[in-house]
Design a protein around this ligand. Structure first.
Ligand SMILES: Cc1cc2nc3c(=O)[nH]c(=O)nc-3n(C[C@H](O)[C@H](O)[C@H](O)COP(=O)(O)O)c2cc1C
Length: 189
């Protein structure tokens, strides 16, 4: 199985999760193909800082432009081990659920679904209206894994970074490509 992983970053709150995900995937030796929406460029700057996106992009093997619908990852012939969208906005979720592939994140996600590869969506919004929930159901029905970035308080994270890292590792573990990285729950801890 390929260690190529596509990471899509959309403009929901949670840029630190995207940064942690890319850091962790790089530590796994993954060939990271990164696509960032315009809204996510803004959340990266707002939630982490002005240089954060460039720093994250440096860890990727390639960063593809959001409008480059002719990029390698837009084709099913380009094999990958899976794709994670983190964070996944309700806009991107809805587009994926309905194959409205008008940008490279949605197109690459659609390709992963049609090729029956893993697609993990770290959907982030709260509270949810029925339209959000229906979009999550529709995405699940066509093969995506919806994984809201919910903190695992039972692991007693000491810092926000610990909590963020655990979420990123959990998403990576869902790909099934690398040795498990997330902390496991042990009742005696
Ligand atoms: C600081 C900030 C936080 C946001 N948080 C969310 C969020 O948690 N969930 C969401 O669906 N949209 C959120 N949005 C709105 C999206 O950025 C907006 O819907 C955008 O059009 C999404 O485009 P994209 O899916 O192409 O990234 C946020 C916007 C900003 C500026």
């Amino acid at each position: 199985m390929s260690a190529r992983v596509v990471v899509g970053v959309s403009g929901a709150s949670g840029a630190p999760i995207a940064a942690a995900l890319v850091r962790e995937l790089a530590a796994c030796g993954a060939e990271i193909h990164l696509v960032v929406s315009r809204a996510a460029e803004r959340t990266f700057a707002q939630e982490i800082g002005p240089d954060a996106l460039a720093e994250t992009a440096r860890r990727a093997f390639a960063r593809h432009a959001i409008d480059d619908i002719g990029a390698a990852i837009a084709s099913g012939a380009f094999s990958t081990g899976g794709m994670i969208v983190a964070p996944c906005s309700m806009r991107t979720l809805s587009a994926i659920a309905h194959s409205a592939a008008d940008n490279l994140i949605v197109r690459a996600a659609d390709v992963h679904l049609k090729e029956r590869r893993k697609l993990i969506l770290l959907t982030r919004e709260s509270p949810l209206h029925l339209g959000h929930i229906r979009a999550m159901a529709a995405a699940t029905e066509i093969g995506a894994v919806v994984m809201p970035p919910a903190p695992a308080y039972y692991l007693k994270p000491a810092t926000l970074d610990d909590m963020t890292m655990q979420i990123a590792r959990r998403a990576i573990d869902l790909l099934g490509l690398f040795a498990p990285r997330a902390h496991e729950w042990r009742p005696d801890d």
